[in-house]
Design a protein. Sequence first.
Length: 74
Amino acid sequence: MRTFVVVTFSSEGGSASQVVNRLMDMGFETTLGSHDFVYHWDKNATSENVIKLVDDVQKKLKGMNVLLQFATTQ
């Protein structure tokens, strides 16, 4: 299972490098294509794990004035 994130930046918010560093600290990898980041789950991950990850990302990026779009696939 993988969770993808698309980040939309604001000129009034944190820098791209700050956002990248915070997400990579959480285990995300940068990716090319229609998504900016990907998180790879182990095979025992549940939907509750995904919800907790999204909550954690929101907390980690709070105040950085970015918009986030998440998508999780098998």
